[in-house]
Design a protein around this ligand. Structure first.
Ligand SMILES: NC(=O)C1=CN([C@@H]2O[C@H](COP(=O)(O)OP(=O)(O)OC[C@H]3O[C@@H](n4cnc5c(N)ncnc54)[C@H](OP(=O)(O)O)[C@@H]3O)[C@@H](O)[C@H]2O)C=CC1
Ligand SMILES: O=C(CO)COP(=O)(O)O
Length: 303
């Protein structure tokens, strides 16, 4: 079964996922836009189709696969973003396009560079289809990669997605050298914010305390390897968003995710003070020190 998977996307994450399956003797096919092959012709007989493209590429990939996927093929989404046009998650987009296929969300504290270096890590594969989640767990599990199954795909997906916004805030906090007390306060209140909107979206609260929520929050908010953290750090140095993004290697999904979250929070009156200030910072409406003052001088409340 192991050679019958295809990974879509040869970016940092697609390459790392490919390496993880190779530990198990698998020789996955990787498709990228530059490979010169027709994607829809390459998915025949694949047990699993693993999408590791950034959010902006997901709708285009779905279009390429229309009419080509068989109902028994498992679709795995490893993207951590939100669609700016529909406000849907990647798994929701995949489900909308292929309602009869099992969809599995793969998400966890998984910095691709550490995985490329062969360091150990753990992740979550979440699906309403238990058999599909078990199949993907088998494909990826190895002594280097511990894979947990989970039955809350929306909770798993949102934890890994929304933490990118908090990671921008965390990079800002470190860039301003605000100390460990401030950082812990930010992460803890950031988690409260993730749970507040995540629950509204249908995620189970306990999922956000797991690997794909708290686990990924800790990794991304504490690692200079994180592109989202780097965005916040650069803004704290006084760079504009354009300047930061021009020097960034790879995708920082938190930038667009912030915009989508603001829309959802606004139209449903969900209180997200950190996200609101990250949005204003990204838009250049406020400086990093001003964002801290705004965060600290809000009305008093209970925890
Ligand atoms: N890097 C990491 O540590 C991790 C990343 N992720 C998530 O994985 C996703 C990809 O991240 P990463 O690989 O790091 O990003 P990169 O910037 O390294 O690569 C971007 C990927 O997206 C693809 N892509 C972008 N636009 C399009 C498009 N219009 N059509 C088709 N494909 C497109 C690229 O395709 P092509 O290969 O054809 O150029 C490439 O595979 C993100 O959502 C990220 O949050 C999740 C866990 C860890
Ligand atoms: O999601 C990630 C680690 O789990 C990668 O984070 P960045 O996209 O910020 O690099």
């Amino acid at each position: 079964m192991n050679d019958r998977i295809i990974i879509i996307g040869a970016g940092a994450w697609g390459d790392a996922l490919s390496k993880l399956t190779q530990i198990n003797g698998c020789e996955p096919t990787i498709w990228s836009r530059s490979c010169g092959r027709v994607l829809s012709e390459m998915i025949t007989d694949r047990v699993a189709i693993i999408s590791a493209v950034s959010m902006s590429g997901v709708p285009a990939i779905i279009d390429r696969l229309h009419g080509a996927i068989e109902p028994n093929q498992i679709i795995v989404t490893a993207t951590k973003g939100l669609d700016a046009r529909t406000n849907l998650t990647p798994a929701q987009l995949w489900h909308q396009a292929f309602p009869n296929n099992p969809i599995v969300v793969l998400s966890g504290p998984n910095l691709s560079l550490e995985i490329q270096q062969g360091l150990p890590a753990a992740t979550v594969v979440a699906s309403h289809d238990v058999d599909a989640a078990n199949t993907i767990q088998t494909i990826f599990s190895s002594p280097k990669f511990r894979v947990y199954t989970n039955d809350d795909p929306i909770g798993v997906e949102l934890g890994g997605t929304i933490k990118n916004v908090i990671a921008i805030a965390a990079g800002t906090c470190d860039g301003l050298k605000l100390g460990d007390n401030a950082k812990s306060a930010l992460l803890t209140r950031g988690l409260a914010e993730i749970i507040r909107i995540g629950q509204y979206w249908g995620g189970k609260p306990e999922t956000f305390y797991g690997l794909s929520g708290l686990g990924d929050l800790l990794t991304t908010c504490n690692s200079p390897l994180s592109r989202n953290y780097q965005v916040g750090y650069g803004l704290a140095q006084g760079q504009t968003l354009s300047e930061v993004l021009a020097n960034l290697k790879g995708t920082a999904e938190g930038v667009n995710t912030t915009k989508v979250l603001i829309q959802i929070a606004d139209s449903n009156q969900i209180y997200m003070p950190i996200t609101v200030l990250v949005d204003r910072l990204l838009q250049g409406q406020i400086t990093a020190p001003e964002a801290i003052v705004a965060l600290m001088s809000r009305d008093r409340k209970s925890e």
